[in-house]
Design a protein around this ligand. Structure first.
Ligand SMILES: [Zn+2]
Length: 405
């Protein structure tokens, strides 16, 4: 299965990259790509339809959050396309930019809730991806405006101070302004190092408009401008403030720093063969084809008892931890290192408790490789008992685990 994960990441997810950087794929394409990847991962073929043990949404989560980090094509496509809006807002030069601006207008057009029906399909798609149906205006919410000298930010129409554009907050003044479309830099000037406002009106203000004007000055005077710096954008999802497809994708997937699950972070940091890690991943999620799970999925089994003791129902908790045979193996491990401990019968807690106080964190992570080797050998042995009628041999399980660790 691990080779399938690698192939999906390096080939199947990467193949449509060029297309997805330019175009929004239709839903049927997303569905088909997802189907191809899912079937490949679980080893399906026309004759042999196997079980998808883990939901695809969970497979696509980052590894440290319990997934396998396989790309979810739809959100990846959105993150790639949203980069066009970022580039339009951030890059000043380029023929591509001039062409797009002359055809569609600036990136501001993408902030409109509705754009003309006659607009091209491509621009409509870029407009659409920056507003997701589930996360609203996610792109704008992830972006901060960093004002330098006010060269790019429109004084009235852009949101740069307060919680709404000045054109809507002071609508009456906006209507009598002579500089509706002007950037901030044209609505004032520097006197030495002090910014002085220079708003021009079409007529004298009425008394009540003067009160509004005073409120406007009070608000805009609360901002400071940075002489010699150009206006720019800052992306909230990266420490450097620059847009990355990965950070946008993670945002769309609902992942962010701090949500990682310590158990999986530790699992993937263990230096063992990836196959062992993948087995540990499935065990920690309780997604192995154990008899209790197979019965729920409607498989007809000869019996549902544990093959080691033929005494209890086979579940992951029993087979790996509370079965008398498995406990013998864990005790051998305890006496090998000279400790005596009580083991939990839940995989997750058992894994977390499997450490030695005499070792530091890094050494304990290496020690967890022994845990993976033992559960891997228990599983291999269980399958040999079922399919090769082998006798249960706990000493063999432990000695092979020592070799594999
Ligand atoms: Zn048993």
């Amino acid at each position: 299965m691990i080779s399938r994960v690698c192939l999906i990441k390096s080939v199947i997810s990467a193949l449509p990259l060029y297309y997805l950087s330019f175009f929004k794929a239709p839903k049927c394409v997303y569905d088909e790509l997802k189907k191809i990847q899912r079937n490949f991962l679980w080893g399906w073929s026309i004759e042999d339809r196997k079980i998808a043990w883990v939901r695809w949404e969970n497979i696509c989560k980052p590894k440290e959050e319990g997934g396998l980090g396989i790309r979810e094509i739809r959100n990846f496509n959105i993150a790639l396309l949203a980069k066009w809006k970022w580039r339009l807002g951030m890059e000043d030069k380029g023929l591509w930019r001039e062409v797009l601006e002359s055809k569609y207008g600036s990136w501001r057009n993408l902030n409109e809730i509705v754009i003309p029906k006659s607009t091209s399909r491509w621009w409509k798609d870029i407009h659409k991806v920056c507003r997701s149906s589930t996360q609203g205006a996610w792109f704008e919410n992830c972006k901060d405006r960093v004002i330098g000298e006010g060269d790019k930010v429109l004084f009235w129409e852009d949101l740069w101070v307060g919680d709404a554009p000045l054109s809507s907050r002071f609508h009456r003044l906006y209507l009598i302004s002579e500089s509706k479309q002007s950037p901030i830099a044209r609505v004032g000037h520097w006197v030495d190092n002090t910014w002085v406002w220079e708003l021009v009106w079409r007529r004298q203000r009425l008394v009540w408009e003067q009160v509004m004007e005073a409120q406007l000055y009070q608000l805009i005077n609360s901002c400071t401008f940075r002489k010699g710096n150009l206006d720019t954008w800052s992306w909230k999802e990266t420490a450097e403030g620059a847009y990355t497809v990965r950070s946008a994708y993670m945002k769309l997937m609902g992942s962010s720093e701090g949500e990682s699950d310590k158990v999986f972070t530790e699992l993937w940091s263990i230096r063992v063969i990836p196959k062992a890690q993948l087995f540990g991943w499935r065990l920690l999620l309780d997604k192995l084809p154990i008899k209790d799970k197979l019965s729920v999925k409607g498989f007809q089994l000869q019996h549902s008892l544990c093959e080691f003791c033929l005494d209890c129902e086979e579940s992951a908790s029993h087979l790996f931890f509370s079965c008398a045979m498995s406990q013998k193996v864990w005790k051998m491990c305890d006496s090998w290192i000279g400790v005596s401990s009580v083991h939990h019968n839940q995989a997750r807690i058992h894994f977390q408790h499997f450490h030695m106080s005499s070792l530091n964190t890094r050494q304990n992570t290496m020690w967890k490789g022994m845990w993976l080797a033992i559960v891997g050998e228990i599983w291999r042995h269980r399958n040999e008992v079922i399919f090769k009628q082998k006798k249960v041999d706990t000493e063999e399980i432990f000695s092979l685990a020592q070799v594999n660790a």
